[in-house]
Design a protein around this ligand. Structure first.
Ligand code: GLN
Length: 486
């Protein structure tokens, strides 16, 4: 039996009927990582010993019939910006290359409590800054569908580990598309949560008012299963919602007939790859066949999405990254330093990559006196307009459909010389984060032999509708079942 491309549901069934043990499943996953990940390079750290220990404990839980959750004994990977006690957490940056947290993120604790098995930490663009994982300060991850192409970013390691069968689910993080773009490029399902639905405690911040942790999985059902386990109020994160987490999977089968699907006209403009456009149109027809009503809607401020997102991100990131100064944790370059200021300068000079330095400089500029009103404050005002766009669209429809990205995965090196070109690949994903609304990426076809992703965007806290609509689609299509041959 091939154990490494099972859905969570399938693996859970095999584990609880005792046809396989978690130790067997985990060992098979680790073996495949050691064989295949030489090519894909999705993992920064593989936690063999810890994984087998957690798998043993999961098997004991199952043997006793105690405390079994849908994730007990299931191997998963974690993006390397989420804190794991005693396991190196690098953010794929030289500045944190040897940093070992002393505490767990809330998400890490929740998954440990559910009995899931951590097999390793995945590569990313440094501190989440990028759309291709080429900005990793450690190495570049490859797309399992074509090793010459990028996996998307910044959670490229997470998506590649999922797509290549190197875990049964992956935990990613999305500040402006970092779960959805790599999910789309690698042909897997992934969700960016409503801001505040999943605790950010222990997540190394990129932009604190945008960041959201979300799962990537084989299908929508699995995504909902993991989401249920990690969502919820957390006393350590005062931005989390107090409202209880619904049982998403219990209602996932409800029919979508009669629901209203909005197509934002600003998202269908010149420049989209023909195969992406036709896949999206075909998906719209599928929803029509499922009985949904299709309506064109307008999100008039869409063109400000990219500038607002990047301005605010630079500002927040420049403040967040001030703590990486060589005196607290991670790299410290003190040789030849005259004083503590010199240690800051040397450490940050050596520890940060080019994209990180670029963003810190631009952020500090946008926040500086004299420019604050013109840039930062203005961007915050336009952010409110972006949010209102979504609110007024949702007054007439239940869910929005858009492409994840105007193209499929591009060639490694194709955009690295031009940061603006790289930022443009986020054109469809960035507006949701300033607005705080949830969005689910679902595979919906192929263009030039590479996967195409669509996103379903929902109202605040309405992940339920996204899961229901995405699941209905996956009941009548099989794009999510396709896997690359490696
Ligand atoms: N591409 C976006 C950026 O570079 C996405 C970042 C993210 O979601 N972490 O900022």
């Amino acid at each position: 039996m091939q154990l490494t491309n099972l859905t969570i549901q399938e693996a859970h069934e095999l584990l609880t009927s005792k046809k396989i043990s978690s130790v067997e499943l985990t060992q098979a996953t680790l073996d495949r990582i050691h064989e295949v990940d030489k090519k894909v390079k999705s993992y920064v750290t593989v936690t063999d010993e810890l994984a087998l220990e957690q798998a043993k404990q999961a098997d004991e839980r199952i043997a006793k019939g105690e405390n079994i959750t849908p994730l007990t004994g299931i191997p998963f990977s974690m993006k390397d910006c989420i804190s794991t006690r005693n396991v190196r957490t690098t953010c794929s940056s030289k500045i944190l290359e040897n940093y070992v947290p002393q505490y767990n993120a809330t998400v890490t604790n929740k998954l440990a409590d559910s009995g899931a098995v951590l097999v390793g930490k995945t590569n990313m663009d440094e501190f989440g800054m990028g759309s291709s994982t080429e900005n990793s300060g450690l190495f570049t991850t490859r797309n399992p569908w074509d090793l010459e192409r990028v996996p998307g970013g910044s959670s490229g390691g997470a998506a590649a580990s999922m797509s290549a069968g190197l875990c049964n689910f992956a935990i990613g993080e999305d500040t402006g598309g970092s779960v959805r773009t790599p999910a789309g490029f690698c042909g897997v399902t992934g969700i960016k949560p409503t801001y505040g639905r999943v605790s950010r405690y222990g997540l190394i911040a990129l932009a604190s008012s945008f960041d959201g942790i979300g799962p990537l999985a084989r299908d929508v059902y699995d995504c909902a299963t993991v989401f249920e386990a990690i969502a919820g109020n957390d006393p350590h994160d005062s931005t989390t919602y107090a409202s209880p987490v619904p049982n998403y999977t219990a209602n996932i089968d409800k029919p979508v007939k009669g629901m209203k699907l909005g197509i934002p006209k600003e998202y269908f403009v010149a420049g989209m790859e023909a195969g992406v456009e036709s896949s999206i149109q075909e998906a719209i027809r599928q929803f029509e066949k499922l009985g949904m009503e299709i309506h064109e809607v307008s999100l008039p401020h869409t063109k400000y999405g990219l500038p607002v997102y990047y301005l605010l991100l630079f500002a927040e990131a420049s403040a967040n990254l001030a703590r990486m100064d060589g005196t607290r944790f991670g790299l410290s370059v003190s040789e030849g330093a005259k004083d503590v200021i010199d240690i800051y300068l040397k450490t940050r000079h050596e520890g940060f990559g080019d994209e990180v330095k670029r963003r810190i400089m631009l952020g500090a500029y946008a926040l500086s006196s004299g420019y604050y009103d013109a840039y930062y404050l203005k961007a915050q005002k336009v952010r409110t307009l972006l949010r209102r766009d979504f609110e007024s669209a949702f007054a007439s429809v239940d869910v929005l459909l858009a492409p994840v990205c105007p193209t499929t995965a591009f060639k490694i090196g194709e955009k690295t010389d031009d940061p603006l070109e790289m930022y443009l690949s986020d054109i469809y994903t960035v507006a949701t984060n300033p607005a705080g609304v949830p969005a689910l990426a679902v595979p919906c076809g192929f263009s030039n032999n590479m996967p195409v992703g669509m996103q379903l965007i929902g109202k605040h806290l309405d992940e339920q509708t996204l899961f229901q609509v995405g699941h209905a689609y996956q009941q009548v299509t099989d794009w999510h079942t396709k896997m690359p041959s490696l």
